[in-house]
Design a protein around this ligand. Structure first.
Ligand SMILES: [Fe+2]
Length: 202
């Protein structure tokens, strides 16, 4: 004999509410371990992917650090050039943020895992940690220039290696996006440290 309609509705509602309940599985096993490669059908060798992923992750960690350094300086800058530097630092922050996304997604499409979280970035970056306190403009700019130079050297070396390994896509990203952006930002920063008097002394 079939169950009364009210009971059937009740069972139906219960099933629905169970389906709607969030299934929290934060302790589920990892899908892929960091530093492993999950090859995709893209014609690249695993060796080429491993080599590019390792170098790209270093550049990624350093670029994330540089990006955050720009925001720190955007907030903390002081002095007569406050307004222009406040805006310039934020512009460079946004540009670095965009290139960081491209680097991270390149790591993923090569079958790797991109470094992502601040604590992991802090462990691997080659960019020196700044003080928590506020620095004057010349120190802020010098610190940014030092970070840019680290990234530029790594990017040029990685671009050359990627080409040798048969991974021109990584070479293209590094030259067209990373190297050119960092070179341009270096120019905009470095010109602030040229000692040019506003009024010439007689
Ligand atoms: Fe802001």
């Amino acid at each position: 004999m079939s169950k009364p309609q009210a009971i059937r509705d009740n069972i139906h509602d219960l099933k629905d509410s169970n389906r709607a309940k969030p299934q929290l599985t934060a302790d589920a096993p990892l899908l892929q371990s960091f530093e492993s490669i999950a090859p995709l059908p893209n014609g690249l060798t695993v060796k080429a992917c491993q080599s590019s992923v390792k170098a790209l992750n270093q550049i990624l960690a350093d670029s994330i650090t540089l990006r955050d350094l720009y925001k720190k300086h955007h907030w903390q800058v002081a002095g007569p050039t406050f307004y222009s530097l406040h805006l310039l630092f934020d512009k460079h922050y946004e540009e670095q943020d965009r290139v960081i996304d491209k680097i991270a997604e390149r790591v993923q499409l090569l079958g790797g895992i991109s470094v992502a979280m601040a604590a992991d970035v802090a462990e691997v970056t080659n960019v020196p940690r700044p003080p928590r306190g506020r620095e004057e403009v010349s120190a802020q700019i010098s610190r940014l220039l030092e970070a840019h130079e680290i990234i530029l050297e790594e990017a040029r070396e990685c671009a050359e290696k990627a080409d040798d390994e048969g991974d021109p896509g990584t070479n293209d990203l590094l030259v067209a996006d990373v190297v050119r952006l960092n070179e341009l930002q270096v120019w905009f920063l470095a010109e602030h440290l040229v000692d040019v008097p506003v009024v010439r002394e007689e």
